[in-house]
Ligand binder design. Structure first.
Ligand SMILES: *Cc1c(COP(=O)(O)O)cnc(C)c1O
Length: 363
């Protein structure tokens, strides 16, 4: 027996075929593969904020001098700041290393092996990733043709084994929103409903005011998109207070690093600046949509987020992704049974829209 066999046999059998999550490629890895210098690559593939973080964040990080001290495990100051931003009491709040970490913690807290998680596909890939990793069973409920959630089908799918329903609002990658009435209907099933509001600063819709009304509602938020802090990994959730206490107990100690805490504080002090960048992105989203509509072989879907999903109606999505990549423009493509020949394009600066449209018009 080789040494490799001897250690692999100890791995959980349900994980030996685990697919992992295909994170976006880093521009650094494209050196020599694209026609432009890598530092001019336009990233429209991960819904990052093209304006970056607030300049106040860079200043605060440069002058912070306590990196040698462990951060506050209880997140006391951070929870207070986040509670202020959301307009709720801090007992509802827990921060995570990205909201992705909170998705993992929620499933670890609620899910026994083979218990069920309802997922309204197509949607964000991490819900499946974390369900699989926790040994749960994913129940996929297809969305309607316009990507609205099939509320009746979700309600009908709830069984004694169902623990959690995930609802991304707006949804990634489709960009559409769910109405509050529909969310209330799903909350009525009584199972844990996670409303992922990663893009709510762009849609200006939130169910945070319902948090005191429903004991089974969790709302997830992040600083990765609107606040331009994707690289520092900081998100947060609003939980029923007794659940917030459990999440605080089961999280890895010191899960939010000192730099992230400093960055959140500086960001929340510079909200007007960040809001004005969000405003620019929303304006550009509308312009990009109008421009994409002019391309005869692309069908863009209206979006309330900072990206636009398009159906590629002639040719295929992979070829389109390749073509744009050669020109130094990165986008996300989908080619599976749920989304066959679709691309998702992040909204960026006006000059990036122009560069993209130049390539698209000449295909
Ligand atoms: C980008 C995104 C997130 C953010 O994840 P972080 O871990 O906070 O960076 C969460 N949910 C959805 C639907 C997203 O698209």
């Amino acid at each position: 027996m080789s040494q490799k066999d001897s250690i692999e046999k100890y791995i959980r059998p349900d994980l030996t075929g685990f697919g992992g999550y295909s994170a976006r490629i880093s521009p650094d890895t494209l050196e020599g593969k694209v026609e432009v210098p890598v530092d001019t690559i336009i990233k429209l593939d991960a819904n990052e904020n093209p304006y970056g973080c607030s300049p106040a964040v860079s200043k605060a990080l440069a002058s912070y001098d306590e990196y040698y001290v462990y951060p506050d495990d209880g997140q006391t100051k951070l929870r207070k700041l986040l509670a202020g931003y959301c307009g709720v009491d801090e007992k509802y709040i827990v921060a995570g290393g990205g909201s992705n970490q909170l998705i993992d913690l929620i499933l670890r807290l609620f899910l026994n092996r083979d218990e069920e998680v309802i997922n309204c596909v197509p949607t964000f890939g991490i819900y499946k990733f974390s369900t699989d990793l926790c040994g749960g069973k994913l129940v996929e409920i297809p969305r309607k043709d316009n990507f609205d959630i099939d509320i009746a089908a979700v309600q009908a799918a709830v069984t004694d084994l169902t623990k959690v329903v995930f609802l991304a609002n707006p949804n990634n990658p489709t960009g559409n929103i769910i109405s509050e009435v529909d969310i209330r209907d799903i909350l009525g099933t009584g199972v844990v409903v996670v409303v992922d509001e990663a893009y709510c600063e762009f849609s200006r819709q939130t169910v945070v005011p319902l948090i005191e009304e429903y004991g089974n509602l969790i709302v997830l938020r992040t600083f990765s998109k609107w606040a331009g802090l994707a690289g520092l990994r900081v998100g947060y959730g609003l939980f029923p207070p007794e659940i917030a206490d459990y999440i605080l107990k089961i999280k890895i100690p010191y899960n939010i690093n000192a730099a992230a805490m400093v960055a959140v504080e500086a960001s929340l002090k510079d909200i007007d600046y960040l809001e004005s960048m969000v405003e620019k992105i929303i304006d550009e989203r509308e312009r990009l949509f109008t421009e994409l509509e002019k391309i005869s072989w692309l069908k863009p879907y209206p979006s309330q987020a900072n990206f636009i999903l398009c159906k590629v109606e002639k040719g295929n999505a992979l070829q389109l992704r390749q073509k744009l990549q050669e020109k130094g423009i990165l986008i996300r493509y989908y080619d599976d049974t749920i989304l066959r020949d679709y691309v998702r394009i992040s909204v960026s600066k006006p000059e990036h829209t122009d560069a993209l449209m130049n390539v698209l018009r000449n295909i």
